[in-house]
Design a protein. Structure first.
Length: 367
């Protein structure tokens, strides 16, 4: 409860980000209409990130992630009583999730999967196969969203006055799940419209444009400040998934936690980000395992691995978000690898989502 209290306290009594210096890198924005062009491949082909600032240990028990870069203050971002601890109250639910994953492997639905769960009311958590790492793919659009909104906190005009002209190639050409709406090459869009297309429809054209607005260093800063390894694009000419750097489900959950607690962005922009994520048009995965009346703010990511002559040999499909259960809101992040059809992977994630929701309902009934 100590860390739960601290996270809530700092989300309410958060210092105004516009009046203090911190470690974020901002792009100067002209107040009047601005047109920006971009070219090249989408999303952050860049050098590896320098080593981030380590979390502060607290007597070897609590971990506190604080924002550095200021002489006088170090605002709290995330706090864990023990990052490795798991609640016995959740053991039955964890066992059920673990069994579903083992059955999925046996039936060749998946090669492997990892699940991270966190009760946002009590801070109780568990991981299944928590050491597994996956390429986040379009999950990286969440830290990009955060980086652009962080810029907007000090320069609000960036959202509704700055326009971006799209040039170059169509970045959606190779996507298996095509966006229903997307930014078209050769046209100009407001930044806020690009954010909507990037998150709601997972539009890679919008993502590439916003990456040029934010800049790689600013995006990298979001990862580093949360002590999450910076992941750029896969290496060109890769021959296997083993060549790709990855994240754990637990690591990705930090982006969701700081949005829910409004400890990285202020209340207004944290709510704006989560409201947009609640409008994602991907209805499989997490959404499929929940009642229609339960909101979920989430993002999916899909990576397809092909041989040079074209056949698909493997996929990674992930779906991570905040499920707004009326009494026990929770984070659920599911990451998978498989050679099965994508529909099988979507259904598998949906089943896990339903298992977790049912388990949470049972926990609520016991209290």
């Amino acid at each position: 409860m100590y860390c739960f209290y601290l996270e809530k306290r700092f989300s309410i009594a958060r210092m105004d980000s516009q009046t203090r210096k911190n470690s974020f890198i901002f792009i100067p924005v002209v107040a009047f209409l601005l047109v920006i062009s971009f070219a090249g491949g989408w999303f952050m082909r860049a050098r590896r990130s320098p080593q981030p600032i380590a979390p502060e240990p607290d007597n070897g028990v609590r971990m506190q992630l604080r924002l550095g870069g200021d002489k006088w203050v170090r605002p709290l971002l995330v706090c864990d009583i023990n990052p490795l601890s798991e609640s016995q109250n959740l053991q039955s639910l964890k066992d059920r999730v673990d069994e579903e994953i083992r059955q999925g492997v046996q039936r060749n639905i998946i090669k492997t999967a990892s699940v991270y769960f966190r009760n946002l009311t009590t801070s109780e958590q568990f991981s299944v196969r928590g050491d597994e790492k996956f390429f986040p793919s379009s999950l990286r659009k969440v830290p990009l969203l955060i980086s652009v909104l962080k810029m907007a906190e000090s320069a609000p005009d960036i959202l509704n006055k700055v326009k971006v002209n799209l040039t170059g190639e169509d970045q959606n050409d190779q996507q298996e799940i095509k966006p229903k709406e997307f930014a078209e090459v050769g046209k100009t869009y407001l930044v806020e419209d690009l954010l909507e297309k990037m998150i709601r429809y997972s539009d890679n054209n919008a993502t590439a444009a916003l990456s040029s607005v934010s800049g790689v260093d600013t995006i990298r800063g979001v990862f580093e400040n949360l002590y999450v390894p910076f992941i750029g694009s896969p290496p060109v000419g890769m021959k296997s998934e083993e060549e790709i750097e990855g994240l754990t489900a637990y690591q990705f959950s930090f982006f969701l936690r700081v949005l829910y607690n409004a400890t990285y962005l202020g209340n207004e922009f944290s709510a704006r980000a989560l409201r947009l994520m609640s409008q994602v048009d991907f209805k499989e995965g997490l959404r499929a395992g929940l009642p229609d009346y339960i909101p979920v703010a989430h993002k999916f990511g899909l990576m397809t691995v092909k041989l040079s002559d074209g056949p698909i040999v493997s996929r990674q499909l992930h779906d991570c978000g905040i499920v707004y259960h009326p009494k026990r809101p929770y984070i659920l992040c599911i990451m998978t690898k498989s050679a099965a059809p994508i529909s099988n992977m979507e259904q598998f994630i949906g089943r896990l989502s339903a298992i977790v929701y049912t388990g949470v309902e049972k926990l609520v009934d016991k209290t």
